[in-house]
Ligand binder design. Structure first.
Ligand SMILES: C[S@@+](CC[C@H](N)C(=O)[O-])C[C@H]1O[C@@H](n2cnc3c(N)ncnc32)[C@H](O)[C@@H]1O
Length: 221
């Protein structure tokens, strides 16, 4: 595996969180719920349909029982990672998966340049050490491949490090971009959109979960 250089961006204070107990305990019981509403999920699936080529090798990092990938598209492989075995085993999009607490170890057990698209949905906000994770993702992504980090404006507050818990939506976009660029990712594309609630509430102006995404592409060799 290639050498990974990590550039620290966050201060120690920014890494602190209210609940410092092992994250694995927090995720010990499966949660078969949707963490994001259908408007957000629809927007995310449309983005994946547009950006991820069929037959790509996909890594859904910080996954659960759902991956939000379009049903009709076949990928070469969808690899899952998370903290709850039952959730990952129930995720029908995954071909394989592993468990790893990324706040304890950040080395990702995949080969250099082996993945076309890395996805993180409503997960980055729980990373206390996003810099080594971002550096590892750069290592495992193929030249020309991409990283898509998507999130909304909600979180398990006690489990989010201060940098996220104290930040605005704009700060969240900026901190993800800053951490990525510090590890050598090119300047990412940022998406910040309001969504429309599904059903009749949307028709009368009701809003869904806001949609934010940071999309970085690894330069071609
Ligand atoms: C709000 S859920 C989002 C799950 C999924 N991506 C989705 O869209 O439903 C947050 C996920 O982050 C992951 N996670 C949280 N803390 C983690 C940690 N310390 N190490 C690894 N994964 C973690 C778990 O997989 C957890 O299911």
């Amino acid at each position: 595996m290639g050498r990974v250089v990590v550039v620290q961006v966050l201060t120690e204070a920014q890494r602190r969180k209210w609940d410092n107990s092992d994250d694995q305990l927090f995720y010990a019981e499966p949660r078969f719920v949707q963490h994001l509403d259908s408007a957000f999920r629809g927007r995310l699936t449309a983005l994946y349909r547009e950006r991820i080529a069929p037959q790509a090798v996909v890594l859904d990092l910080m996954s659960s029982w759902v991956s939000h990938l379009p049903d009709e598209v076949n990928y070469a492989q969808v690899i899952g990672h998370g903290l709850n075995e039952k959730e990952l085993a129930a995720n029908r999009r995954l071909d394989c998966h592993w468990l790893q607490n990324l706040n304890q170890t950040q080395e990702i057990p995949l080969n250099d340049s082996s993945v076309d698209a890395v996805l993180i949905v409503a997960g980055w906000q729980y990373l206390q050490y996003p810099e080594p994770v971002a550096a590892e993702l750069l290592r495992i992504t193929r030249p020309g491949g991409q990283l898509i980090v998507a999130f909304s404006n909600r979180m398990f507050f006690t489990k989010a490090p201060q940098v996220w818990a104290d930040g605005s939506d704009r700060d969240h976009l900026a901190t993800v971009a800053q951490v990525l660029m510090a590890q050598g990712w090119p300047r990412p594309e940022l998406i910040a959109e309001q969504t429309r609630a599904s059903g009749w509430t949307g028709l009368i102006g009701g809003k869904g979960d806001p949609f934010f995404a940071v999309i970085a592409t690894k330069p071609s060799a």
